[in-house]
Design a protein around this ligand. Structure first.
Ligand code: SF4
Ligand code: SF4
Length: 142
């Protein structure tokens, strides 16, 4: 995989559900560009603070499902995804506009993961990818 320098990366700004789901990323994604971008963003995130936004974030910008700044993963996906974002932020006790370290987010995710798993993971199209993550398997077995 080719990594690009920090200077060329956008600031790591994440929407709510990405604050949870990305901790279980294992290199799978929609296409090669998206995977490379996501991998680079996560390297940046691990180094320090990230910011929280509403709606499309720095991961969505390289996603083939983003259409006019809305998630078009399926019909009316943006509405569902925003609801998911709001649920994630409520569980994590975070709000758009906040800045926080990725490590701190991870600690919060560990505390709330049982609830998130119950609410979203069972019906998620990406569960087989997340199940490859040891962190995911550990948290659901707690
Ligand atoms: S556009 Fe939708 S499917 Fe793509 S990364 Fe954003 S939320 Fe996920
Ligand atoms: S299974 Fe889906 S909802 Fe659950 S953490 Fe993975 S991507 Fe997120």
């Amino acid at each position: 995989m080719r990594y690009i320098s920090d200077k060329t990366l956008p600031a790591p700004i994440f929407r709510g559900h990405h604050l949870i789901c990305l901790h279980f990323y294992n290199g799978e994604g929609y296409n090669a560009d998206y995977i490379e971008h996501l991998s680079n963003i996560l390297i940046m995130a691990e180094k320090g603070a990230i910011e929280i936004c509403e709606g499309a974030d720095c991961i969505c910008t390289k996603c083939p499902n983003l259409c006019e700044n809305n998630c078009a993963y399926y019909e009316n996906a943006e509405t569902d995804i925003r609801r998911m974002d709001a649920a994630a932020l409520e569980l994590l006790k975070l709000t758009p506009g906040m800045s926080i370290s990725w490590m701190e987010v991870r600690q919060k995710v560990e505390r709330i993961f049982q609830d998130w798993n119950r609410m979203y993971c069972k019906d998620c199209n990406w569960i087989s990818a997340c199940e490859k993550s040891a962190g995911f398997r550990n948290l659901i077995s707690e």
